[in-house]
Write a protein that binds this ligand. Structure first.
Ligand code: GDP
Length: 436
């Protein structure tokens, strides 16, 4: 994976930026115990790109000579190890002699350097401010506020645009885990058997300590699927509560392990309260969901039936309005291929990242089209939005006061994002944060 290094004099906000960018995307943070203690690494993935960020900051010396030595050392590490260097300067204090010295060092490298002007809290004069920093001799500076998270999404966009594309872990992991969930006798095992058919089963029924699901790994069209059949071992128990307890546990465990859940509903029975419960766990996990109405071969069909069925399911399971529905038969194999394609598509959507610029454009337009309703005489103001996570796609909206959000408006924004970006088969989360 390519390495991105952060370089700059003390107190320009290197660590703040590092923490901001790494955020909850840190999967490994390790110092190098014996060599130096003051380098921090983070594995970051953004827009399906993965890179390693290194913060060479650490302890900041206060004595001028020490600072210079330290910076030389930082810059050397950066120039040797990194594909890309973020050179951080302070928009509040302007250019200092140390900044100029660092610039001089960095100009000698043939690595790409992105000049980042930090502590720009007031974006109304950001353009003006940028000009001051052109004299350092790099391309157009990027203005940010690491502390307030302003423009840091744009910065990530610029970083990945300047890196060779390395797929992130999701893309690389070639095993797609799919939980097949649903009440007993809905056809889970039958479906697994149909999919496996005469394909090569790589591993079946992995023995383990907790045998609450049966894993079947099968390769189809070059993709390896792990079908997690939650029917698992049928525990014999006369106590109804115990049976239910175990089936809930199986479902939750399988859903947590999977990238997507396929929820089976029995076409001959319609939605039951048990169905609602089971699919509720999948919804809460935030992973991709596809609904398969199974045993469709047993249903007397006319043209309108599928549509009516869909309406009924979305009516009964309102929270699942994002999940695609297909009508299948584990017996005849009708539309089983389609269901697999839908699962893959939903997994992609569940991992989707929206570029910060595009996201803000879409939201700005939505607000122009319909302004937030007044709540207690005041109105919600939306300043800026950024995506902070995937599985499910999660957005943070910086607003004047989160209490001013009306549920109808939240739903409007939700729908706006779905209209613009799809998000088929995945829930999305919108969080509000106040910004003074
Ligand atoms: P599980 O408990 O969810 O794993 O359900 P099974 O796969 O054991 O299926 C329960 C019963 O439904 C079996 O008798 C299957 O033959 C039958 N079945 C499953 N899928 C279909 C289907 O698509 N059409 C029909 N007609 N029967 C099915």
């Amino acid at each position: 994976k390519p390495v991105v290094a952060i370089v700059g004099r003390p107190n320009v906000g290197k660590s703040t930026l590092f923490n901001r960018l790494a955020g909850n995307r840190i999967s490994i943070v390790e110092g190098e115990p014996n060599i130096t203690r003051d380098r921090v690494y983070a594995d970051i993935s953004w827009l399906n790109n993965a890179f390693i960020m290194v913060d060479t900051g650490g302890l900041e010396p206060s004595n001028d000579d020490l600072i210079k030595n330290k910076i030389k050392y930082q810059a050397e590490i950066a120039m040797n190890e990194a594909e890309l260097i973020l050179f951080i300067v302070d928009g509040k204090s302007g250019i200092t002699t140390i900044d100029q010295e660092i610039a001089q060092l960095l100009r000698r490298t043939n690595k790409k350097v992105i000049l980042v002007v930090n502590k720009v809290d007031d974006f109304s004069n950001a353009e003006q401010l940028k000009w001051d920093f052109y004299s350092l001799g790099f391309d157009e500076p990027v203005s940010i506020s690491a502390e307030h998270g302003k423009n840091t999404g744009d910065l990530l966009d610029i970083i990945v645009d300047n890196l060779p594309h390395i797929p992130n872990d999701n893309e690389r992991d070639d095993l797609l885990n799919i939980a097949i969930i649903g009440k007993p006798n809905v056809g889970k095992s039958s479906l697994v058997n149909y999919i496996v058919g005469d394909e090569r089963v790589i591993v079946s029924d992995i023995p383990g300590t907790t045998r609450d699901a049966i894993d079947t790994i099968v390769e189809k069209n070059g993709v390896k699927y792990n079908l997690i059949d939650t029917a698992g071992l049928r525990r014999k128990s006369r106590v109804k509560e115990a049976v239910e307890y175990y089936s809930v546990l199986r479902t939750i465990r399988a859903v947590e392990r999977a990238e997507a859940s396929l929820m089976l509903i029995d076409a001959t029975e319609g939605i039951t309260s048990q169905d609602k419960k089971i699919v509720g766990y999948a919804h809460e996990s935030g992973k991709a969901i596809v609904i398969g109405v199974n045993k469709w071969d047993l249903v007397d069909k006319d043209n309108k039936l599928m549509e009516d069925y869909r309406d009924e399911i979305y009516y009964q399971l309102k929270f699942l309005n994002y999940a695609p529905i297909t009508f299948i038969s584990a017996l005849t194999g009708e539309r089983v291929d389609e269901v697999i394609k839908l699962l893959e598509y939903s997994i992609d959507q569940n991992n989707m990242r929206i570029k910060t610029g595009v996201l803000n454009e879409v939201l700005e337009e939505a607000i122009l089209l319909r302004e937030p309703p007044a709540v207690k005489g005041r109105r919600l103001k939306l300043y800026y939005a950024t995506q902070v996570g995937i599985k499910p796609p999660t957005f943070v909206l910086f607003v004047n006061n989160p209490d001013l959000m009306h549920f109808s408006y939240q739903r409007y924004l939700d729908n706006t994002l779905r209209k613009a970006f799809g998000f088929i088969g995945t829930s999305i989360r919108i969080k509000l944060k106040s910004r003074k």
